[in-house]
Design a protein around this ligand. Structure first.
Ligand SMILES: *Cc1c(COP(=O)(O)O)cnc(C)c1O
Length: 488
């Protein structure tokens, strides 16, 4: 059972004088505090920190850790986010002292191992993308989009071209228009075909010499492969624009096809999605970008370059691309996540990476086949690594919404799928099982949905019933977060 008891704050559990550790009396002479920290740098009163025993603290945090869901505790089919299992071996490897004790200000000579690892990561990501030039700097997919759009801006500026518009389909992830606006572009949203694909007629109408970039996710946010992208790329290139592939859905196609081969000029990865970096709750991400050779001089720097020293050994160095847009992140990016992604790619190897995507697609299609009679899937009988079901008909007949199903799933011990995205599907439930889930888990999830749809709508409206918090006011929680403990 989940732990539902109310949690007090450490401050509320505090009792004066309680300690986790008791030190022996000092057997060396005291040094007056003023000699160590002059009075002007000290506060007059001690900070009000909680005072607790070690078991108090351990129980507090262990209990808190069971109040939420994670990939380690529950099936987590959150579409678009690729919440895949994070192998524990990567935690051990990325925690090796040779890695965690490195300081980013160390000399290149004393960080050759890390630079070699990051160089190899650049090479692997370039190969999987079919786009040769890689910058590991961006700290998330959204920052990768932003950095790539600035790279495109610098490229056009260098050519003396003024291009002001970024185009994207109406199924795009919200970060696409946000990145374009932040990078100074005008956003143009294109309607999709009734089946949710890029509409070539609509694209044609909107393409002209103002077009800088067409951004598209492939497989798209409905979990369908955009077959027309080579034609899309031909059209965008004909007006001098660039094609950006949002790589959040790479889990479906790694080792099978490559963005650079189906028309992309630029892309980002989400290492924390596709390559097992733990994520969720805004944790550290990594959003490397890969681009065509002619865009390489503009990439954010530094990037890692390889050379051969006089003895014939490989040497790695940091280098700023000639016309770089500059840094977008301190040091070398979120190295901890890159190391985990590196471990994953090295463990699987080329055949394993392809098998990963094939199994992700197989699992999603299995679940689609089990669910489609319960929850219609407007896009049809086949999908890539995820699919979007719709509760529209069920809402009309039974009064049960996508939100009700998502919330009730928490009581059944499943994290909810992504809901109400993409916006092009009414009452959307976007389901992505990932490759490591067993048939038993997928069957149990389908059974839970079947059971929920038999429950009365008015009790579903109050779900979840067993979680510490039931239905928070999402908007108010985001607008007025209470982040500070105020004892008064
Ligand atoms: C997750 C996601 C992004 C943004 O990536 P972050 O790493 O969360 O910044 C962009 N596009 C799509 C389709 C995504 O699923």
């Amino acid at each position: 059972m989940r732990n539902t008891q109310a949690t007090q704050l450490l401050f509320e559990l505090s009792s004066p004088g309680r300690r986790a550790a008791v030190l022996p009396r000092s057997d060396v002479p005291d040094i007056p505090l003023d000699e160590l920290i002059p009075a002007k740098y000290r506060t007059a009163t001690a900070p009000k920190l909680p005072e607790l025993s070690e078991p108090d603290v351990i129980r507090h945090f262990v209990n808190l850790s069971t109040k939420n869901m994670s990939v380690d505790t529950h099936f987590y089919p959150l579409g678009s986010c690729t919440m895949k299992y994070n192998p524990k071996r990567h935690e051990r490897l990325s925690g090796l002292s040779g890695i965690v004790d490195l300081h980013p200000h160390q000399t290149e000579d004393s960080s050759q191992g890390m630079l070699a690892l990051l160089y190899s990561m650049q090479q692997m990501l370039g190969e999987i993308a079919g786009l040769p030039a890689v910058s590991l700097q961006p700290a998330a997919g959204a920052q990768g989009e932003f950095a790539a759009l600035l790279t495109a801006s610098a490229y056009f500026r260098d050519r003396g071209e003024t291009r002001t518009r970024v185009l994207f389909p109406n199924s795009a992830h919200g970060t696409n228009p946000a990145s374009a606006a932040l990078a100074g572009f005008e956003c143009v949203q294109l309607k999709s075909t009734p089946r949710g694909f890029v509409d070539l007629e609509e694209l044609k109408k909107n393409l002209d010499e103002r077009t800088a970039v067409f951004m598209v996710t492939n497989p798209n946010t409905l979990g369908m492969f955009e077959r027309d992208l080579p034609e899309v790329a031909r059209m965008v290139h004909a007006v001098g624009g660039l094609v950006y592939i949002d790589g959040a859905n790479m889990n479906a196609i790694c080792g099978i096809t490559r963005p650079g081969d189906f028309g992309g000029d630029m892309m980002h990865y989400n290492v924390h999605k596709t390559f097992t970096g733990p994520h969720g709750a805004g944790g550290p991400g990594s959003g490397p970008i890969a681009v065509r050779d002619f865009l390489a001089p503009f990439l954010p720097g530094p990037v890692i370059v390889q050379s051969t020293d006089p003895t014939g050994a490989n040497r790695y160095a940091l280098s700023n691309p000639a016309k770089s847009i500059g840094r977008v992140r301190s040091f070398f990016g979120n190295v901890g996540i890159l190391v985990r992604g590196y471990c994953y790619l090295r463990t699987l190897g080329p055949a394993g990476v392809r098998a990963m995507s094939e199994n992700a697609v197989l699992n999603a299609n299995y679940l689609l086949a089990k669910l489609k009679d319960l929850l219609p899937v407007p896009q049809g009988d086949r999908c890539m690594h995820e699919f979007v079901a719709s509760a529209k008909a069920i809402k009309e007949s039974l009064g049960i919404t996508a939100m009700d199903i998502a919330k009730r799933l928490l009581d059944y011990g499943f994290h909810a799928p992504t809901v109400y995205f993409p916006l092009v599907v009414a009452e959307a439930l976007m389901i992505e099982p990932t490759e490591t889930e067993s048939k038993e888990t997928l069957d149990a999830f389908a059974e839970a949905i079947r059971a929920i749809l038999k429950e009365p709508a008015d009790s579903l409206r109050l779900a979840p019933h067993t979680t510490p918090v039931s239905r928070p006011d999402d908007v108010r929680a985001a607008r007025n977060p209470i982040l500070k403990w105020n004892p008064s």
